[in-house]
Design a protein around this ligand. Structure first.
Ligand SMILES: Nc1ncnc2c1ncn2[C@@H]1O[C@H](COP(=O)(O)OP(=O)(O)O)[C@@H](O)[C@H]1O
Ligand SMILES: [Mg+2]
Length: 276
């Protein structure tokens, strides 16, 4: 668990959802077809951090999230959440994918109720909890609709409510706004940031967009190289204006250029590695 100090009161609080990666590697396939795609990764993520991961396609961002989700085992090393080793999916982690993958034969509320059921939530309390979660993501008026009737942004809100079922300590998000139009994306970013301020869950958020990382994160890492590893690790802590925008912070341009340079260097290296 992370230890944080409240400057006003001096009270020391601990936030759950601390992730630790120790010498983590991942290899797809075996023998002659073995493909080492990730590692070594050594990373400490305090509970309550909003960590953004950026990097070129294929550098292992989704693989890293899948390992934290427990969808597959690490090849070498260990990942822990609050000192518990991750070996399978669990109710302490919720995942949101780029495609919302909702069940079309269930209502919006039904999708969230099912997630609560799968997470062992008591039967008699599922409906009220699903409604609370849907209100939290701004879908209070759409609970009874079918998921295919919803816009892309609303479907992602539903997927987020589903990932929040059972109150996980860590929210894993794999380019969740990647398929949305620019205006919807901006709204969704502001809403997600508000959700994080409210809940202070640990969020690990994968994005292609440097600006998205700078708008949302308390920290950004650039993943790259073959196999993928951390090329750059930066605290962000940018000031927000009334609209929640960070562009006006004097440090924005410098952070943006550091991240972009790391990604450009990685791109140049990957081009020179291509066999002729
Ligand atoms: N199930 C899989 N089996 C074999 N190789 C995979 C599999 N999933 C991803 N890869 C390979 O692993 C590398 C990293 O993929 P991925 O984690 O999806 O990258 P990213 O999310 O950064 O685009 C890529 O080269 C990809 O082709
Ligand atoms: Mg990916």
């Amino acid at each position: 668990m992370a230890t944080t100090t409240d400057d006003n009161s001096g009270v020391v609080a601990t936030r759950p959802g601390a992730l630790r990666f120790a010498d983590v590697h991942h290899v797809y396939g075996q023998g002659a077809s073995a493909n080492p795609v990730l590692g070594p990764i050594d990373l400490d993520v305090p509970g309550g951090e909003f960590l953004c991961i950026v990097g070129a396609s294929g550098c292992g961002k989704s693989t890293l999230l899948r390992l934290v989700a427990g969808f597959m085992p690490v090849s070498i090393g260990r990942i822990t959440i609050d000192d518990r080793e991750i070996s399978a999916p669990g109710p302490d982690r919720g995942m949101v994918f780029q495609q919302p993958t909702l069940f079309p034969w269930r209502s919006v509320r039904g999708n969230v109720e099912l997630a609560l059921k799968l997470r062992g939530y008591p039967r008699g309390e599922r409906r009220a909890e699903a409604e609370r979660l849907l209100r939290q993501v701004g879908l209070g008026d759409a609970m009874h609709r079918r998921t295919y009737e919803l816009s892309g942004g609303m479907q992602q809100r539903c997927a987020t409510a589903r990932a929040l079922a059972g109150d996980p300590e860590v929210l894993l998000m794999d380019e969740p706004f990647g398929a949305l139009d620019a205006i919807t994306r901006e709204h969704m970013q502001q809403e997600l940031h508000a959700l994080w301020r409210e809940t202070h869950k640990t969020i690990v958020f994968v994005t292609h967009s440097v600006d998205e990382a700078l708008i949302l994160g308390t920290r950004a890492i650039v993943l790259g190289g073959r196999p993928g590893h951390v090329l750059l690790d930066l605290p962000l802590n940018l000031q927000r204006d009334a609209e929640g925008d960070t562009h006006h912070d004097a440090g924005y341009a410098d952070l943006r250029s550091q991240i972009s340079h790391a990604m450009d260097d990685d791109y140049q290296r990957s081009q020179s590695e291509v066999p002729r």
